[in-house]
Design a protein around this ligand. Structure first.
Ligand code: GLC
Length: 718
């Protein structure tokens, strides 16, 4: 429909109809509903009448085509102006074919895989009737106590930005063609802004940082998603500089809409409009509604501050009707961009065959490949891995048999579709004896005894352990980043047997691996791999896939070391610059400064040698980019993928600059003895950073390059 048509509809709408468009409800409130939908927040009594739901503008958390078509059909029967509903839900790492959690997608360092994951998610989700996904979540994270680190792609703004843009491209394709391309879905980047910096990792807690830190590290990935065309943005629950994001006019109008040039739909997070009252910056729901509309929040998710107050606020002149009209128009434009006025079912009625793509063999194969490439080999003493498939394997532990391998935010998936580690190992290894445990939290003596018994006759012990899916994700923060305590006695009992122990770790966050690492000969970080988990694990353990994941987030030495991240500042007394005897340096008495495992760490079954670091010049300028080349050789006898990472250090700045900053990365595949020269180009723009006055610029001076584990070079910006 042309814009004039939308303007005519807007002109025809009553205030009551306009306010209704700003309301988003779960499916249970609509005629035609089959389920209550995905409930991901508090469900206070909302007092929603049938009349209200017939005016509401959108639905969140419906799961099936049958339900969404039924709701739409019933709704349009009573819609005076024929404005269709739009259906949104959290398709975060897959719809029915569940992919690894986003933190694991980050560990692939493969933007093409990320885009493919999003594309498949869109195909399945749109076949089920969804039109918007509340993804990508691009909150930068440095605190694994926070349960939602599983939903992020990690601690670095450059990696997160590259991943964010890839997710959006995969979901939306060409964003100008969403009306005709029914297999693409609108993306909603979240949570704006800086939700990942919750103090102490406690869910929904206060966020507080300098403006410079916000701009330097936390905002870039949202901007990358917006530049990639994300149709929606979702507000964060937290305050930004003391003002709740959802009612923060500066953050939303000045930063998001003016500086980042976002002109799409801004949706609140669940209940976040009303929670402005809890934050104490609104005395009541009417003030919360006023603040949110002034901040240009277009849709209120699952609370009714707009519904109950906007008409009165406009009638008494507190709020100009223009603010309401601009919100309604953005919603109408979104619906129009999705083609909903022409076809409220986006082809579902005419092409029900589309649902056959859901959980197709092709999609499962992609999930298996991506899961294997997301796994990170953290230890492999004496090359105990890969395992010959003739070896007699004792597969033990609480994650050996379970299909709870999808991870949080997989509510549209079904664990019954998941391949357990047991199934995956049975398919590839000749002899596998299994002894599991019913829970990750409580492991009985009898279960341990059975694990020990099956281990006695085995050549190798494969210990599948870790967290349950629901120990990470929203509202699942933990204060101590260790395994559930019950697992340590199991680990000790198995270690005492004296056979090789290959540990496969399932978790939604970095953990303190003491008590496990030293008792494992090999340790594979599997995260939550999704529907094809067991096959992907077996692919790695058998060597069918050479592990190639790299950590997107540091693994702290212990909880007390949090926050620990790779791009930290030098401090005035860096421990690694002083002599080892010097006491008065930045250090701990009881642990090292370094994390247990660094950002970017990951082993392979082969080895790679980096040589011939060459620069096209020893200077760079605004008109002269710099080419940086390095030759990488596979010096082992197994083909493997390697992620080549370029880090830069600004040696002197107007503010203290990080010891290293990721600026480029490229994943390459090398056959045994094969070499490849990788060339990165950087420009002066890559050297810009935020000054205290938020000026974003570079300064002339020296820079250090680091590639691989030891190659360094310097250049100068002139
Ligand atoms: C939740 C989450 C948000 C999600 C929304 C809808 O509270 O914070 O990420 O998209 O509600 O489910």
């Amino acid at each position: 429909m042309k814009r004039a048509g939308l303007e005519a509809i807007l002109a025809d709408m009553t205030i009551s109809e306009k306010v209704g468009q700003l309301l988003q409800l779960a499916p249970m409130f609509y005629k035609g509903t089959l389920t209550e939908g995905e409930i991901t927040g508090p469900m206070a009594e909302m007092g929603i009448t049938q009349e209200v739901s017939e005016r509401a503008g959108s639905v969140l958390g419906s799961a099936t085509a049958a339900e969404m078509m039924a709701i739409q059909e019933e709704y349009l029967k009573t819609s005076r102006l024929g404005i269709p509903l739009i259906f949104m839900a959290d398709v975060v790492h897959g719809y029915k074919t569940i992919f690894p959690i986003p933190l694991a997608i980050g560990a692939t360092w493969d933007v093409a895989l990320a885009e493919r994951m999003a594309d498949i998610s869109a195909r399945e989700a749109t076949a089920a009737g969804l039109q918007v996904t509340f993804s990508p979540m691009v909150d930068l994270v440095r605190d694994p106590r926070w349960g939602r680190v599983m939903e992020s792609t990690g601690e670095d703004s450059y990696l997160n930005s590259e991943m964010a843009a890839s997710f959006v491209r995969g979901y939306q394709g060409d964003a100008t063609k969403l009306a005709e391309n029914h297999e693409k879905i609108a993306a909603c980047v979240k949570h704006f802004a800086a939700y990942g910096a919750a103090e102490a990792g406690r869910e929904y807690n206060t966020v507080d940082m300098s403006m410079r830190e916000l701009y330097q590290h936390y905002l870039p990935a949202y901007e990358a998603a917006i530049q990639a065309g994300s149709k929606l943005v979702m507000t964060a629950f937290n305050v930004v500089d003391g003002v709740p994001a959802t009612g923060n006019e500066w953050l939303m109008r000045d930063v998001l809409r003016k500086e980042m040039r976002f002109d799409g739909v801004l949706i609140s997070d669940w209940g976040a409009v009303k929670e402005i009252v809890n934050h104490g910056t609104a005395g009541n729901a009417a003030e919360a509604a006023e603040q949110s509309l002034r901040a240009s929040v277009d849709i209120e998710m699952m609370t009714t501050c707009y519904l109950e107050n906007l008409e009165a606020l406009i009638a008494d002149g507190t709020v100009a009707v223009g603010l309401l009209d601009e919100a309604v128009m953005r919603i109408l434009e979104l619906k129009n961009d999705m083609g909903l006025f022409e076809d409220p079912y986006r082809g579902l009625k005419t092409n029900p065959e589309r649902q056959k793509v859901i959980l197709s063999a092709e999609h499962r194969a992609a999930a298996r490949e991506i899961a294997a490439d997301s796994m990170v080999l953290l230890k492999n003493e004496h090359a105990v891995l890969p395992l010959a498939t003739e070896k007699r394997v004792a597969l033990v532990g609480p994650l050996a048999k379970t299909q709870d391998v999808l991870g949080a935010w997989s509510w549209l998936g079904d664990t019954r579709d998941a391949v357990s580690v047991e199934d995956g190992m049975f398919a590839q290894f000749d002899t596998v004896d299994v002894a599991g445990a019913a829970s990750t939290e409580h492991i009985t003596e009898a279960e341990i005894a059975e694990m020990v018994r099956v281990a006695q006759n085995a050549d190798v012990i494969v210990l599948a352990l870790g967290e349950a899916s629901n120990r990470s994700g929203e509202a699942n923060s933990i204060a101590t980043i260790r395994l559930p305590e019950a697992q340590y006695s199991m680990i000790d009992a198995l270690h005492k047997i004296g056979k090789p122990v290959v540990t496969v770790l399932f978790n939604g966050r970095p953990l303190d691996l003491h008590g496990l690492l030293e008792k494992s000969d090999a340790l594979l970080e599997a995260w939550f791999p999704g529907t094809e988990a067991g096959n992907a694990v077996a692919d790695i353990l058998s060597g069918k896939v050479n592990p190639n994941g790299k950590l997107p987030m540091s693994f702290p030495y212990t909880t007390g070391q949090i926050p620990v991240y790779y791009n930290h500042l030098s401090t005035g007394r860096p421990a690694d610059a002083a002599d080892a005897q010097e006491h008065y340096v930045s250090h701990y008495l009881d642990i090292p400064n370094q994390p247990l495992f660094d950002f970017g760490f990951g082993l392979s079954y082969t080895t790679f040698d980096y040589r011939h670091l060459t620069l096209s010049s020893d200077t760079i300028s605004i008109n002269q980019p710099l080419n940086i080349s390095v030759t990488v050789k596979n010096t082992g006898n197994i083909a493997g993928k390697e992620t080549v990472m370029l880090y830069i250090q600004d040696l002197v700045g107007k503010v203290s600059r990080p010891r290293k900053e990721l600026k480029r990365f490229e994943k390459i595949m090398l056959a045994p003895n094969e070499s490849q020269t990788v060339t990165f180009q950087i420009t002066e723009e890559d050297l810009r950073y935020y000054k205290p006055n938020l000026d974003f610029s570079s300064d002339p001076g020296d820079f250090k390059i680091t590639i691989g584990t030891h190659l360094e070079a310097k250049f100068c910006l002139v």
